[in-house]
Design a protein around this ligand. Structure first.
Ligand SMILES: [Zn+2]
Length: 225
C-alpha cells in the first residue's frame, strides 16, 4: 500500500483470524534467563493512547502500570538476557479523524493508515516505539509490528474485553517486540512459544534457543528489525 508517496512496510498481524484463541488469558511463566549470556539492554519508548471520544483507543492503564507491564515483558525476555528500559513513557492524545472514528467504532477496518492517523501521522524517530491501546475494535488482531520502522501497536483487552496486563498484555507486547528483534511466527509447538500466536501451549511466552540467538543478533545491532 502506498500513501503520500511512501511505501508502507510489511506488517506482522498478530492473531489474525484467530484472535479468539490468542486472546486466552492464561498465565504463564518464562523460564529463567541464561546467565551465561551477556545482558543486552535496549531502549523502549512507550506511548499510552488516550481518548475521551473513543473508548477502544483509550489505553486503560496508569503510568505506573505501564512500567509494571514493561517489567513483566522483561521477565519474558530474560530468556535471552535482553532487557528493555523505558526510555520514555508518555500519554498521547489520539487524533480522532473520521477514518479513526469509524474504524475504532467497528464500522470500517482498523488498518495501518488508520493507526498512523490516530497517532498524528508518520513518525520520524528511530529506535523502538510501542503504542498501547485498549482494543482494535473488530480488527481481529492483538498487535501489529511495522517492520523496519521499530513501531508497534499492542492492545490490552482480551477477546472478552478484560484487561489482563500480567498475562495477555504482557504476551502481546513481548510478542511484538519479538518481531522487532527479527523473529517471525512459528507453528504451534506443544510446549508453547511466544511467537506462535493463537496457539495453545504449556508456556506461551517461551523462546527456543534459535529464537534467542536470532533476537540477540538483532539486538546487538542496536536497532529494530
Ligand atoms: Zn506476530
Amino acid at each position: 500500500m502506498n500513501i503520500k508517496g511512501k511505501t508502507w512496510p510489511q506488517l506482522f498481524w498478530v492473531g489474525l483470524l484467530s484472535a479468539s484463541v490468542i486472546a486466552c488469558s492464561d498465565s504463564s511463566t518464562a523460564p529463567a534467563g541464561d546467565t551465561e549470556l551477556e545482558e543486552i539492554v535496549l531502549p523502549l519508548r512507550v506511548h499510552l493512547l488516550r481518548s475521551s471520544q473513543i473508548e477502544s483507543l483509550n489505553a486503560p492503564l496508569t503510568m505506573e502500570q505501564a512500567q509494571t507491564l514493561v517489567r513483566d515483558v522483561n521477565e519474558v525476555w530474560a530468556q535471552g538476557n535482553i532487557r528493555w528500559i523505558v526510555e520514555g513513557l508518555v500519554e498521547v492524545d489520539a487524533v480522532v479523524t473520521p477514518n479513526v472514528l469509524s474504524a475504532f467504532n467497528g464500522e470500517t477496518a482498523v488498518d495501518f493508515p488508520v493507526l498512523l492517523e490516530a497517532i498524528g501521522g508518520d513518525r520520524e524517530a528511530t529506535g523502538w516505539d510501542a503504542y498501547l491501546v485498549r482494543d482494535f475494535a473488530n480488527a481481529g488482531f492483538a498487535g501489529v509490528y511495522f517492520t523496519g520502522a521499530g513501531m508497534l501497536f499492542a492492545k490490552l483487552a482480551d477477546e472478552n474485553g478484560v484487561i489482563d496486563l500480567a498475562s495477555f498484555g504482557t504476551r502481546v507486547l513481548a510478542h511484538e517486540l519479538g518481531h522487532s528483534l527479527s523473529l517471525p511466527h512459528v507453528a504451534c509447538p506443544p510446549e508453547g512459544n511466544l511467537m506462535a500466536p493463537g496457539c495453545p501451549g504449556e508456556v506461551r511466552t517461551r523462546l527456543n534457543s534459535a529464537q534467542v540467538s536470532a533476537a540477540r543478533a538483532q539486538a546487538l545491532r542496536g536497532q529494530p528489525f
